[in-house]
Design a protein around this ligand. Structure first.
Ligand code: PMP
Length: 375
């Protein structure tokens, strides 16, 4: 049996209680959503939906080709110009996903003969970028600028330090200024993934690098996704124009991938313009996170102090985390549930999204349900 080994793995997974299943979300879900990454509540905003619909009407259902052939519309270049301007970088390049953007950035900045220094808790897409890159990867401890310094050592040739800005599981922020300092001492570049920072951190949501004073630096490259705060889909790399031009010429997930769908570009552009007009949304997401954390802590739950809009609550075991999330769902609340092997540290947790559009009553209700269903 050619695929018999898969059944053996499935059986092991069942025995360990780690089977994952897909649950289609109905359009009119009655659940209170603290599980999505829609940090600013923009995915369903009428202007964002119209941004998608209008773009599809003009440009079609797909981009029709790779970016270097027919897949670059005027909408793509407009989005790139506005994203770069908003985040304070010279240039930007959009991809069909944040995952593809990370694969591109890591592989291009970590060529043969280079050293890639990677935080132990980086997102899977950065890890996969390291695996695909021709350079040598050295994994260092979590949020450890001294470890980074040591890893860079006296390496000759290109070097790049890779980190999330806000870690996706616990929602803690990387020490960006200290990382940049370590990089500069050793002449290394800094590549950070701002998937969970864009739209939430920095003045009006301009992102964690902006907040850390790194926007526009000639030795800093940023990746982000359009699928979280911007309520759309797609990814972006921001940085010096020379680096972006190099990506256009060398990044395989750019060159050989069909361009971002016009609807996704249109939605992201509409969301970006909305955020410019309503910058308080970013601060509100941070406020909701702080309030969630305070209320959870007051209820005796172990929650990690949030640096952005992700609030992580410890669960005693993977099985109890799964049951806890299911009990929340039964009580009308959708929460994320992270457990091994998605979390390398073996700690299972509920993951809550502090959406900017949650009302005080909704925050209260969420905390009540989480408290009442705790294992
Ligand atoms: N980086 C981080 C930190 C993420 O959390 C995610 C999304 N889960 C990605 C990259 C990938 O982005 P996308 O979903 O747009 O592919």
């Amino acid at each position: 049996m050619a695929f018999g080994w898969i059944e053996e793995q499935a059986e092991q997974r069942r025995r360990a209680g780690l089977v994952r299943t897909l649950r289609p979300r109905p359009a009119d879900s009655p659940l209170l959503d603290l599980a999505s990454n829609d940090y600013l509540g923009l995915a369903h905003h009428p202007e964002v939906a119209e941004g998608a619909a209008g773009a599809a009407r003009i440009w079609g259902g797909g981009s029709t080709g790779s970016r270097l052939v027919t897949g670059t519309t005027e909408l793509h270049t407009e989005l790139e110009r506005e994203l770069a301007g908003f985040c304070g970088f010279e240039a930007a390049l959009v991809f069909s996903s944040g995952y593809a953007a990370n694969l591109a950035a890591v592989t291009v900045l970590g060529p043969h003969g280079s050293l890639i220094v990677s935080d132990a808790l980086n997102h899977a897409s950065l890890i996969d970028g390291c695996r695909l890159a021709r350079g040598a990867t050295q994994v260092v401890g979590h949020a450890d600028p001294d470890g980074v310094r040591k890893a860079l050592g006296t390496h000759e040739g290109p070097a790049v330090v890779v980190s999330d800005t806000v870690f996706s599981v616990d929602g803690d922020a990387a020490p960006l200024a200290a990382l940049a300092e370590a990089c500069r001492e050793r002449g290394a570049g800094l590549l950070v993934d701002d998937a969970h920072g864009l739209g939430v951190l920095g003045d009006g949501g301009r992102g964690a690098p902006y907040a850390a004073g790194l926007a526009g630096a000639d030795d800093v490259v940023v990746t982000a996704t359009l699928s979280k705060s911007l309520g759309s889909q797609g990814g972006v790399v921001l940085g010096p124009a020379g680096v972006i031009d190099h990506l256009v010429n060398a990044a395989r997930t750019f060159i050989f991938d069909t361009g971002l769908a016009p609807a996704a570009a249109g939605a992201a552009l509409a969301a970006l313009r909305l955020l410019r007009r309503e910058p308080a949304r970013a601060a509100r997401a941070r406020e909701v996170a702080a309030e969630l954390h305070a209320r959870l802590t007051a209820a005796g739950l172990e929650a990690v102090r949030p640096d952005a809009a992700v609030v992580s609550v410890r669960a005693p075991s993977p099985e109890q985390a799964v049951r806890w999330a299911a009990d929340c769902r039964t009580a009308g609340l959708a929460v994320g549930c992270f457990r091994p092997p998605s979390v390398p540290d073996g700690i299972s947790r509920l993951r809550l999204t502090a959406r900017a559009d949650l009302s005080g009553a909704e925050i209260e209700r969420a905390v009540r349900v989480i408290g009442e269903t705790r294992p």
